[in-house]
Design a protein around this ligand. Structure first.
Ligand code: MG
Length: 193
């Protein structure tokens, strides 16, 4: 099994047409350096990017605090009781991500980092060839992600954003200097440094 074989069976909001585009630019970025994803949830996008990392002999760092987001609260549109820890009632998507990586054969390729952007961001020093941002969807959170992670994209590397019709996400990506829009499909936009 590879990531692409199972991606469409994994929980998440990545549109089927967006997966192949993630893979395409992850493969190009992997020629420059390791890959980064911020906001893995249960690993649907991780499958596509992880395949590209495996094929190139590099790794994918997958950052997520795995405690859900405001859109996933009980009264909100993205709520899913399947991802609550039965012992505590709190969100815990890490166990889902690990199952996804096992099924996809990507356990030696994808490195889950259980932390918020705000926790790991100030300590990050590794340049990356590709970064995919699909984490906080509030204005301040996505601006923090855009500013923080764009610094680590190597020249010629790629920075991708999901859910770009959301105005705060669109504003955040348009605020970045030194990046050019090179491709898009559905809500996915691809910038190149
Ligand atoms: Mg998304």
């Amino acid at each position: 099994m590879s990531g692409r074989d199972i991606a469409d069976t994994v929980k998440g909001w990545l549109h089927p047409a967006e997966g192949p585009m993630l893979h395409q630019y992850a493969a190009l970025g992997a020629a420059l350096g390791p890959l980064l994803e911020v906001g893995s949830y249960c690993g649907r996008s991780t499958c596509w990017i992880g395949d590209a990392a495996a094929e190139a002999g590099t790794v994918l760092f997958a950052v997520d605090h795995h405690r859900g987001s405001p859109e996933m609260a009980a009264d909100r549109e993205c709520h899913d009781p399947d991802v609550l820890d039965p012992a505590t009632g709190r969100h815990d998507t890490l166990v889902h991500l690990r199952r996804t990586l096992e099924r996809a054969g990507l356990e030696d390729v994808v490195i889950p980092i259980v932390a918020s952007s705000q926790t790991i961001g100030p300590h990050w020093t590794t340049p990356v060839g590709f970064a995919f941002i699909d984490a906080a969807h509030d204005d301040a959170g996505v601006l923090y992600d855009a500013r923080t992670w764009s610094q680590h994209v190597l020249p010629g590397g790629y920075l991708l954003f999901h859910d770009t019709p959301i105005p705060g996400i669109s504003r955040a990506l348009n605020s970045l200097d030194g990046f050019t829009l090179v491709d898009e499909v559905d809500s996915l936009k691809v910038l190149q440094r």
